[in-house]
Design a protein around this ligand. Structure first.
Ligand code: NAD
Length: 259
């Protein structure tokens, strides 16, 4: 904590992966960490995405801004090379990406292809493990890592289908990484936001039904927004949460406790 500015992340370096536009959960994380004093590295998927992400990255003064498609060999390594060269350390890494081919996502789990399942698992889950492997050596003062999950990891949510087992694997990976990295004072959390109207969510069948259902069942009767997710990650990255690791943290207004 910086006592002069009261900004808990002053001097802290934070990598945010997954900003596509101003609705992205990753953007809520970027804004929250920026507001609390952190210096940011932000990535964009490719040249097509760059014009949408660049003005956002500029508005939070991101000092590293690089392309990252985790399925392109070498791009993740290039991001971490830049972090090592420019910052020499990293405090927080946020992984907020997911992908599944449309036919596999919308055709039910039963009909999913081996190739589609493997692609979804690689981009949405194993890329987090690769990211953790590169991030950990830079977290010399300890650190925290976050990956975005969803309730469909542990409950059956109609139409979530293929992504259910993929998010279950992501949550289990976070637990095992928390175990492996705990001795290095690196904490790892899956974050489970309630439904949010983003581009990734628009790929799910009847997503609007999920939204209205969540809003009607949430004990805190308001929709979650991307800043709620960002502030939750920020809290978990502070020393106030220093004895927390590995568990899934729901940011869903309480929907997950309801039947
Ligand atoms: P979004 O579309 O804004 O973000 C998804 C991001 O994934 C995009 O930035 C996209 O570029 C990135 N991505 C896809 N393939 C990639 C690849 N090969 N390499 C690098 N990046 C890639 O949507 P979002 O809802 O903000 O999604 C972020 C995360 O939150 C995802 O893991 C999603 O499953 C999770 N999530 C979303 C909701 C929701 O309701 N929107 C709820 C819970 C969890």
């Amino acid at each position: 904590m910086d006592k002069l500015t009261g900004q808990p992340f002053n001097g802290h370096k934070v990598l945010i992966v997954g900003v596509a536009n101003e609705h992205s959960i990753a953007w809520g994380c970027a804004r929250a960490f920026h507001e609390l004093g952190a210096e940011l590295a932000i990535t964009y998927l490719n040249d097509k995405a760059k014009p949408y992400v660049a003005p956002l990255a500029e508005s939070v003064g991101a000092s590293i801004f690089l392309p990252l498609d985790v399925s392109n060999p070498g791009e993740l390594e290039a991001v971490f090379d830049a972090i090592r060269t420019k910052w020499g350390k990293l405090d927080v890494a946020v992984h907020s990406i997911a992908f599944a081919p449309k036919a596999d996502l919308q055709g039910g789990l039963l009909n999913s292809s081996a190739e589609g399942f493997a692609t979804a698992m690689d981009i949405s889950c194993h890329s987090f493990i690769r990211m953790a492997r590169l991030a950990a050596p830079l977290m010399t003062d300890g650190g925290s890592m976050f990956a975005m999950s969803y309730l469909g990891a542990t409950r059956v949510v109609p139409n979530y289908d293929l992504m259910g087992p993929v998010k279950a694997a992501l949550e289990a990976s976070c637990r095992y990484l928390a175990h492996e990295l705990g001795p290095r004072r690196i904490r790892v959390h899956p974050i489970s936001p309630g439904p949010l109207k983003t581009r990734a969510a628009s790929g799910l069948k009847d997503f609007d039904l999920l939204l209205t259902d969540a809003a009607s069942r949430a004990p805190i009767g308001e929709m979650v927004d991307i800043m709620d997710v960002g502030y939750a990650c920020a809290f978990l990255a502070t020393p106030y949460a220093r004895r927390m690791t590995g568990n899934t943290v729901f940011v869903d207004g309480g929907v997950s406790i309801m039947d």
